[in-house]
Design a protein around this ligand. Structure first.
Ligand SMILES: [Zn+2]
Length: 244
């Protein structure tokens, strides 16, 4: 009965989401679909790439296939930007031993498996060391340079306490802090997997206000479980307007 209830809950959670397009090119960055989740490959130089998240698959098959399409191996991955510590985003990290692992300081313990998540369902996940070490803990507002790309780090707590959004050039990676519905609207993170849905909503509104205040340009929004929206900041704006 419990299993039936969980399956129904999951189906209801993901119904009506936009699907992920494997191989989608977003301003020179490439979306790689790993089952239920996506990873982005950011070319840093001819021989180096960065990743946004590392997928669900511990063998990182889809990421390795994309690297080999580029005539690269796992050591070409120099940086992994972790949006948050849920296992479907950190699964492949160990396959890329040369990469620095970037996450918000507040997410370190979850990524490394020293603390658990607090969502209605995620709190049931066992807590054990993941073998991952966050080698570069970042803070809200930090800027990183990855070859020709500039990256800005934004704290969007709620889905998890240390959830990060990364703005790579003008592409905003939301992780699980938000999703896109198939009609192109933005929705917040799902209750069942989130530490605090109200905090997630507040973070999205604050992020949108900050983009206005700091005159930050967003052209494309990418979601871990629901593909990308190429209609600028408008969908996030509309979400924020509807949440006030
Ligand atoms: Zn998540």
């Amino acid at each position: 009965m419990l299993v039936v209830a969980i399956v129904a809950l999951l189906a209801a959670t993901f119904m009506g989401r936009q699907s992920i397009t494997d191989g989608a090119d977003v301003n020179g960055l490439r979306i790689v679909k790993d089952g239920i989740v996506s990873v982005a490959v950011v070319p840093v130089s001819d021989t180096e790439v960065a990743l946004v998240d590392a997928g669900n698959d511990k063998s990182a098959k889809a990421i390795l296939a994309e690297l080999s399409r580029r005539h690269l191996g796992p050591d070409a991955v120099t940086t992994i930007l972790i949006t948050h510590g849920h296992p479907d985003h950190t699964g492949g990290v160990a396959m890329f031993p040369k990469a620095q692992v970037v996450a918000l300081e507040a997410e370190k313990a979850l990524v490394e498996g020293r603390a658990g998540a607090n969502g209605p369902l995620t709190r049931l996940f066992p807590v054990s060391p993941t073998g991952i070490t966050v080698t570069r803990a970042v803070a809200d507002g930090d800027k990183l340079i990855l070859g020709p790309h500039s990256v800005r780090v934004f704290a969007v707590p709620g889905h998890t306490q240390g959830s990060a959004a990364y703005l790579v050039d003008d592409v905003l990676f939301m992780g699980d802090a938000a999703d896109a519905k198939s009609d192109g609207t933005v929705i917040g993170s799902p209750w069942v997997f989130s530490d605090s849905q109200p905090q997630d909503r507040a973070s999205l509104v604050a992020l949108d206000e900050r983009f206005t205040r700091e005159n930050i340009r967003v052209n494309i929004i990418a979601f871990s479980h629901s593909g990308t929206l190429a209609s600028g900041r408008a969908p996030l704006d509309a979400y924020a307007a509807g949440s006030k």
